[in-house]
Design a protein. Sequence first.
Length: 223
Amino acid sequence: MHATVLGGDDGQVVTDDGRGDGWAAGTQTCTVQYYNICTGWLWLWWGFSPGDRTGTAFTRCCPHGSVDSGFIYFRDAAPAGYGFTGTMAVYAADPNDCPTGAPLASRALLPVSQWNLVVWGGVPVPEDFVVLYEWPDPERPNPTAIGSDHPAAGPTGPHACGTCYPTTRTNHSYHYGTAATPLCPGSPLNDGVCDAQWLMDAGMLCAVQVEERSWGAVKSLYR
């Protein structure tokens, strides 16, 4: 696994603008995001082996929530037809932030360069869960890279860690090894200054609590 610094499209600042909006009107939602790209620099991580799993451990942002969609950032994505399709999956998390048990949901994903939207469709999750990408076994060398934020100083500007967020930021992003030889706890993405976070988020649908009322009280509303 290797990392290369990137400053966005054609050297410009990286932003969240390309993600669009995966939400439907009239739903109560929230999004969990741990990365911070305020300096505009990010790391691209590449050179993964077939079956490697990279992911983020999330905590629900609302009670009784379900995962509806999420974004993940790739670059240098490869074309279809050569075995470059990997797998996104949602798991319950154990106390070490590791995926545990059978997947709650999975989706095939052939990455495209920049933001990729993965639609889950409202998968109920426990309070702590993991969303990960399992790297494929392609017929040719895989040029695809996955992005993280950039805690260290980029070619311009200060360290993001300690400027954009505290040096005590809790880590949520890991390399989990493979399903056959898992790493638990997972390996963090330390860039020599702080732990980097994958450019991944989890959009959630939140259950709305309904107050109980008697039938008589309901009828009185319409008198």
